[in-house]
Design a protein around this ligand. Structure first.
Ligand code: DI6
Ligand code: FE
Length: 408
């Protein structure tokens, strides 16, 4: 395997339980897809340097782990700009959903789109995320809502990782909304979702299972049935929990050892305690909070005090978070949710890896043995990248020890 030497970067490794893991004027040695060595440039062992086939001068750039966007709905067709206008005129997200718009309108557009259209859309979005340093991405289904259309969307998500140099984890979100053909028959739809699951998993399309537990989504009892089906297949679960109301979904998800509970604006003390016990990650989504003009803040202080790891994600989707900027999400997590810049970075690196069950595979931090996924930035320190917004500071992206083309 080829050994490469990357010299003169200022590295935030996030390899310890706290702090930036800051290494000034550091060198990184990669072997194949892994990091072999990281430390001060002047301490670089000569025998290692001698093995390198290539030496790259990072020129004093700031280096961080590649970003991990651990919650996206990247595969869909159409857009919801008209719905945005309606909401600005006073209609609420829930009213639009109950009137048959919202998620259902994206489902109609997604069902009508052919596979190549869906793939081109998803690839364009993934490239935009890569241009901001993303090397690992979670993609949920949930705009197909039939066995055939969910399979199509999950297959497109898998294709993204074949076409682009990016790691993709797929999540089956059949229980996202009730499709029109099941109107008034939510329990029958949940039965169908549970019946599709082993077949989709058998096709290798499912890494985890998610549901939207909400007044306009599925009840805790229905969510439990989805989770039981996942558990029977040995699949980990995650949950869209307490986004618009407190359904105590996080308590339920924790009972199933959920990897993460996401959104969490209305999370109560019971949910915080249950997540802490289960070791579930809290994935905060400032894009949806902002775009839906929410005012109820997630209980960050309580989550922090309970030791629940905090992650962040774009939640990219056409209805509630049409953003493709992880750096803007970090900035908003600080300004809106009062995270520290260090917490924001951990949220898109180490803790995001944990929310996807990828920590053991060396994603999300930089240390010997970890994946050689890293980004070089035009900044003196990562906190500058959280402070600025709407800028384009990425200089280079390295994934699996190789430079990736990030023009898009
Ligand atoms: N919560 C969300 O914010 C997204 N899905 C969910 O369960 C929104 C999806 C959409 O509006 O299309
Ligand atoms: Fe979401």
């Amino acid at each position: 395997m080829e050994v490469r030497l990357w010299r003169h970067g200022n590295v935030a490794s996030f390899s310890e339980a706290s702090g930036w893991g800051w290494h000034e004027d550091a060198a990184l040695v990669t072997e194949g897809e892994r990091l072999l060595w990281l430390g001060a440039d002047r301490a670089l062992p000569a025998p290692l340097a001698a093995r390198a086939v290539d030496e790259i001068d990072l020129g004093g750039a700031c280096v961080t782990p590649g970003l991990i966007d651990c919650h996206t709905h990247l595969v869909y067709a159409g857009d919801r700009a008209r719905e945005f206008e309606l909401r600005l005129q006073g209609a609420s997200y829930e009213e639009i959903a109950r009137a048959g718009g919202g998620i259902r309108s994206t489902v109609a557009a997604t069902r009508a789109a052919d596979e190549s259209t869906l793939l081109q859309g998803a690839l364009g979005r993934a490239r935009t995320l890569m241009a901001e340093g993303v090397t690992t991405l979670e993609i949920k289904s949930g705009y197909g809502l039939s066995e055939r259309d969910e399979a199509r969307c999950l297959a497109v998500a898998r294709r993204v990782a074949e076409v682009l140099p990016i790691t993709v984890r797929t999540t089956f979100l059949g229980a996202h909304a009730l499709p029109p053909e099941f109107e008034g028959r939510a329990d029958a739809y949940v039965d169908a979702v549970c019946a599709w699951m082993p077949r989709l998993a058998g096709l290798g399309l499912v890494d985890a299972v998610d549901a939207f537990c909400e007044g306009i989504g599925f009840s805790p009892a229905q969510t439990r049935r989805v989770f039981e089906a996942a558990r029977a297949l040995g699949l980990p679960v995650k949950l869209h929990a307490e986004q618009l109301s407190d359904q105590h979904g996080a308590v339920l998800a924790a009972e199933f050892g959920a990897l993460s509970c996401d959104h969490l604006e209305y999370l109560g003390d019971d949910g915080v305690a249950a997540m802490a016990r289960a070791g579930s990650v809290a994935v905060l989504l400032p894009g949806a909070f902002y775009f839906l003009r929410e005012s109820k803040l997630p209980p960050v202080a309580a989550l922090r005090a309970a030791g629940v790891p905090l992650a962040l994600a774009t939640d990219h989707n056409p209805g509630s978070s049409p953003t493709l900027s992880p750096l803007l999400m970090m900035n908003m997590a600080c300004t809106l949710f009062r995270l520290t810049p260090e917490e924001a970075w951990r949220g898109f690196t180490v803790n995001a890896a944990r929310a996807l069950g990828l920590s053991a595979q060396g994603h999300g931090c930089l240390a010997a043995g970890a994946r050689a996924d890293f980004a070089a930035w035009d900044a003196g320190h990562p906190r500058e990248l959280v402070y600025g917004f709407g800028q384009r500071p990425l200089l280079q992206l390295i994934r699996g020890g190789r430079r990736v083309d990030v023009t898009h």
